[in-house]
Design a protein around this ligand. Structure first.
Ligand code: GDP
Ligand code: ADP
Length: 209
């Protein structure tokens, strides 16, 4: 059996909707072959081309609530009037096996995850170059109705106001540059973790009543 030299890391990518986090996370998963994506559960409807278990686990409100009640969610939040949450088991298994996991979750999920997994999280917040460009990208993606885009534009300012909660803030102007910067952040976090593999347990010990 392989010896596990370090516990895995959690890379959180957050951004106002349309800033580019799905595109950036896709590019990261192609280049960082050891990185796995945490597939969230949601009560929103699938977009064209989205697959069950690949992009999201699409669940009814009742199914979502049952997962929460059974303690199967690591974190969950209300976003755009829908429920979104991170299934617990795949993340805990991956971290224990020394695999790094990436999360495309909002600012609330980020804070809850940090609390649930002290010392395991490194987070990146992506900003759009401007609100006008954000709206162009939402339209350009061509997957949300005008009403949905208006709702996301309204939520953008609120989302952006949480920038200071994150370890790193990047403006996603040039896509390839953004991907390169996030990769540099992942590599630095991996080296830091390799130097202090005991950090999560240490923090846990300090915080235990
Ligand atoms: N807290 C939390 N937020 C999530 C989760 N999954 C997705 N989100 C966030 O929910 C928001 C809406 O996601 P989505 O409907 O896919 O739209 P998109 O971000 O515009 O592609 C985004 O800010 C996501 O980061 C989750 O498991 N937990
Ligand atoms: N740096 C960038 N420059 C121009 N367009 C971008 C950039 N990053 C992403 N996009 C485009 O913007 C749209 C929204 O990106 P997406 O990754 O779906 O955002 P999010 O997941 O944050 O909602 C997509 O059409 C994507 O191709």
């Amino acid at each position: 059996m392989n010896r596990i030299s370090r516990r895995g890391l959690c890379l959180v990518l957050s951004a106002p909707s349309g800033a580019g986090k799905s595109s950036v996370s896709r590019a990261l998963l192609e280049r960082e072959t050891a990185l796995r994506l945490s597939v969230s559960a949601t009560t929103r409807a699938p977009r064209p081309g989205e697959q069950e278990g690949v992009h999201y686990f699409f669940r009814s409100q009742a199914e979502f609530e049952a997962m929460e009640a059974a303690g199967q969610m690591l974190e969950s939040a209300h976003v755009f009037g829908r429920r979104y949450g991170t299934p617990r088991a795949p993340v805990e298994e991956a971290l224990a096996a020394g695999r790094d996991v990436m999360f495309d979750i909002d600012w609330q999920g980020h804070l809850l995850l940090r609390r649930a997994l002290p010392g395991d999280v490194v987070s990146v917040f992506l900003l759009p170059p401007s609100l006008e460009e954000l709206e162009r990208r939402l339209h350009g993606r061509g997957q949300d109705s005008a009403e949905e885009i208006a709702r996301r534009m309204q939520a953008a300012r609120d989302e952006i106001s949480h920038w200071a909660d994150f370890d790193h803030v990047l403006v996603n102007t040039d896509f390839h540059e953004t991907v390169a910067e996030v990769r540099a952040i992942i590599h630095a976090a991996r080296s830091a973790r390799a130097r202090q593999p005991w950090l999560p347990g240490f923090i846990d010990g300090l915080l235990r009543p």
